[in-house]
Design a protein around this ligand. Structure first.
Ligand SMILES: Nc1ncnc2c1ncn2[C@@H]1O[C@H](COP(=O)(O)OP(=O)(O)O)[C@@H](O)[C@H]1O
Ligand SMILES: CC(=O)N[C@@H](CCC(=O)OP(=O)(O)O)C(=O)O
Length: 302
């Protein structure tokens, strides 16, 4: 698809990606808490299309935790988390699938496609894109059964690559197939990280509802601006639910070959563009151990 013919809005001149990012895949995880405002969803969709215009290949993996909880509440079903993961009965799984794929994904696809025929929605189940195995939650050193919650153990990126090659923007729901014929609820941060590694993405960007990783949460809002994978590995066991899967996802990504991972404030308009294309990314940036490849260098700032 021609990038100039198909999309009428979003002029490319404003945003020039650094040379090393041209043609690169960028996996963006858009968190449920940062998408509760429809205005923010539209601004996010606009930014994703800007990245596409600038010659990058964005892939969106979305969350939807608050939206799932609201629907469970409406249906009078229990909503409970252990170590940040939703306890998922077969009945809960039906609601997870319905809300993520039937509603949240559809809304995002609609917002992106308001700019042109770009986004295609899919789930990790499609074309065996994500295969997961059942995992427990670890609470106080003990494994707790949390039902149909999966860890992604295999990613087949072929369907996503085909969409990218055709000029599309894949929008992926974090639901995975199991080899045991079950369907698994996967934390969206970890799903995005697994997909970024499998696609050989240049960047993983996690948009959430805080300014980044706070050094002393919940006592201070001082953001950790940069850290290496080793530094993050040391911090990880002490992190609280919410930030834990995001930082674990960033760590797995940079250790899996992704050149940089960012946690950004999704409530700030254009945080995504500034994070990917700006000279100095806001939020928290995680780099591999020996990075001479500063992921924010050389761009013209939006
Ligand atoms: N060290 C930390 N720094 C920032 N936020 C933290 C930290 N530890 C826990 N959190 C919590 O993590 C939340 C973000 O995770 P979550 O609510 O799951 O967001 P999302 O819906 O974007 O995935 C923050 O709103 C905050 O309450
Ligand atoms: C296993 C598990 O907890 N899955 C998440 C999937 C959605 C998600 O991760 O959404 P956010 O990114 O908005 O938190 C859930 O059921 O809420």
């Amino acid at each position: 698809m021609s990038r100039t013919d198909q999309v009428a809005t979003c002029p490319t001149e404003k945003f020039r990606p650094p040379e090393e990012l041209r043609g690169s895949t960028v996996v963006v995880k858009y968190g449920g808490h940062a998408m509760v405002d429809p205005g923010l969803q539209q601004a996010f969709a606009h930014d994703v299309v800007e990245l596409w215009h600038a010659g990058l290949r964005p892939v969106v993996v979305h969350g939807g935790g608050p939206q799932i909880s609201a629907m469970l509440d409406r249906l009078g079903l229990e909503s409970r988390f252990e170590a940040g993961l939703r306890v998922t009965t077969p009945e809960t799984m039906d609601v997870v699938r319905m809300v993520l794929t039937g509603r949240v994904q559809r809304e995002l696809v609609g917002h992106i496609n308001a700019h042109g025929p770009l986004a295609v929605g899919m789930t990790g189940e499609d074309a065996h894109t994500m295969t997961a195995v059942r995992r427990p939650a670890w609470v106080g050193g003990r494994a707790v059964d949390i039902g149909l919650v999966g860890d992604v153990v295999d990613v087949n990126p072929r369907a996503v690559r085909t969409l990218l090659e055709q000029g599309h923007i894949p929008v992926v729901s974090p639901v995975a197939r199991g080899e045991d014929a079950q369907v698994y609820n996967v934390n969206a941060d970890l799903a995005a990280s697994a997909l970024a590694v499998a696609l050989g993405a240049a960047r993983l960007v996690v948009l959430t509802d805080v300014a980044g990783l706070y050094a002393d949460w919940p006592h201070s809002t001082e953001v950790v601006e940069r850290l290496t994978a080793d530094e993050l590995a040391e911090l990880l066991p002490g992190l609280a639910a919410g930030m834990l899967p995001k930082m674990e996802g960033c760590l797995r990504a940079v250790r899996g070959g992704v050149r940089g991972a960012h946690v950004l404030d999704g409530r700030v308009p254009h945080a995504l563009l500034r994070g990917v294309l700006g000279r100095n990314s806001p939020g928290t940036t995680v780099l591999p151990e020996h990075s001479s490849d500063a992921p924010c260098a050389g761009a013209s700032s939006p």
